[in-house]
Design a binder for this molecule. Sequence first.
Ligand SMILES: [Zn+2]
Length: 524
Amino acid sequence: MTDAISLARTAEETFRPLTLASNLAWWDSNVDATDENARRRADAELAYSDALSDRELYGAIEAARGNGADPARARVLELYSSAMLPHQISSSLRERIVELETSVETRFSRHRGAMSGEPVDDNRIKQILRESQDPEERREAWEASKTVGREVADDVRELARMRNEAARSLGYRDWFALSLTTDEMDEDKLLETLAAADRATAEPFARWKSSLDMRLAERFGCDVSELRPWHYADPFFQEPPPEGAVDLDPLFKGKDVVALARRTFEGLGFAVEGILDRSDLYPRAGKNQHAFCIDIDRGGDVRVLANVVDNHSWTDTMLHELGHGVYDLGFDDQLSWVLRDTHLVTTEASALLFGALAGDREWLERILEVDVGEADELEGRLRAARAAELLVFTRWVLVMNAFERALYGDPERDLDAVWWELVARHQLLTPPEGRSAPDWAAKIHIAVAPVYYHTYLYGAIVAAQVKDALRSAAGGLVDRPEAGKLLVRKLYAPGASIRWDKLVEQASGKPLSVDSLAREVAAA
Ligand SMILES: [Zn+2]
């Protein structure tokens, strides 16, 4: 027992300062992208990953777990063990994996596709796929978006082999199985949930897509049977095309987005002033152009990086990031450092729950003060747009997850064929005739964020489920302090002291299920 206590203390003394240093370096390198900050960040991350590979500490933790610590202590040791497990592989294999990952990631950043001999970046490709009326230009842009695949495919396949070798050396079937274990995800439950998501979305998606296809055929003056992947609005058909979407931007023009976000959280009894004071919220040269929320010290120093402008998408993003932030501030004070942490699924669910408010009828009326008539007029269209987004996204995650399962199941198979078979089955796209290319390798996540994509879908499923629970318990979210209290008590306060799936059960009153998501997508 003393063993377990002193081990937990040693582990905290090891990992706490390294995590703090790496969080601060990460923040600095994102608000100010200098070479010096980049070097500090790489050093901090290396030091952290070296500590995770410490065999002696890992062995002692495993031995203490085998001796049966009390449940609270066992949970602490389990968390350290999960973090350290994937790093307990031969150091030469670990180095080869990191080296190849870095090399593939660098080639992704440097690569530009070409159209008529001229290099084009991703933004240009996306713009053509959104706007161009010329099918030939669209096909060229789509093909340009895939050329990176040929450049990295052999190495992505090699990465899968090496990751499998690492997983097998630790006693796991393959990398897919190891990743799920360290993320505390049950494989059978995942497959069952994805199958249920497939059943819940197949019919509404087919219906929605056939009406989209009719609109696209009309727009391009062709027959529905002639539509190919480049007729859709992004290279992977992971988002609904802009036609038919609701443009909320005019409602946000001239508004103070940060004040709206503050007001939203105040309405639920959350004080976000401290987060906003520490944050870096507006566009500036030399800083990261995206957005994130980071819990620097698990002791109240929570910050958001954003590039806020007065439109709908940045309001969604501000609410999203602060939805992560209030979670980090909601941990029970009694929790030890390692337990003051979130699971990716539940924190993403909290963020999605708040982000979606920027397109929610009640929020538009109460916080943005849109007049009732206009809100009435918008309501049905907003719901349909939201449903379409969830449908398209769910079908896309089904492709990604099934593909990764196939990849790690047997990296030597005909992956090009597997990819198009899945795209045709789940996304109902017609593969280009005679296409033979590693189009799967053009998706960067497969190379650098392996076996992760389903986490996004789980986040959306849990957000829908928690939203339903809050509606029946508190009437909704907007201006309901009762909903804020429930979120803190049932979702945020326990931190990582209980597994995420139990947390979902506690926060929503039932186990993870696609029922709420199914209801939401039925509005498409
Ligand atoms: Zn997020």
